[in-house]
Design a protein around this ligand. Sequence first.
Ligand code: C5P
Length: 219
Amino acid sequence: DEKKKLLNKHFLVTAGPTYEKIDPVRFIGNFSSGKMGFALAEELAQQGARVSLVCGPVSLQVQHPNIERIDVVSAEEMKQAALEIFPQTDGAVMCAAVADYRPKFPATEKIKRQNSDMTIELEANDDIAACLGQMKKEGQVLVGFALETRDEQANALKKMKRKNLDFIVLNSLQDKGAGFGVDTNKISILTKDNKAIDFQLKMKTEVACDIVDQLASCF
Ligand code: C5P
């Protein structure tokens, strides 16, 4: 029996999509299922860590008793929760697909159909990972994800630097079995000391083990 690599450590994990309100019944969202983030939280807990799992709207359930689930809806709510939790942790894994924009003027009443086109003005959400990157203290480890369609490695490396991450998990879009909704994923891990590690297509639960191993190696 392998010994628990992250015994008594505490991590923040963000997971799932965010929903940005247009009016009381409509939102801007995305297809993130939360599966990768939940798999990471489970694996961290398996390795002896306590996990604060901040998740957007997902239809998944937490298994391990050492995972505390904090449900949020919007990017702004996710940011508030993350900023509050992060200082008490040994690190964070930013797995959520946070909406980049929110409607600037969400309507308080349901918007009526008009016989014309309509425009919704959007404003930018804050980058939660980048906020945590600025707050990061000695000994804390920060992990992010990247999903790129071109110049994958170069763009992921830029992201890692800009957000002050310790390593970044690059999701492949080349592969049918990788990405949103499905149970499998194919990743590369890029580290701040310029290592690139390519993994095979695997179940998200196994991908989570690879990511947690890399995280454990940072302590
Ligand atoms: O810049 P991009 O959205 O591609 O970066 C992806 C990484 O940053 C992921 O780890 C994601 O969880 C995180 N992120 C965030 N807050 C945002 C946007 C992205 O934490 N507003």
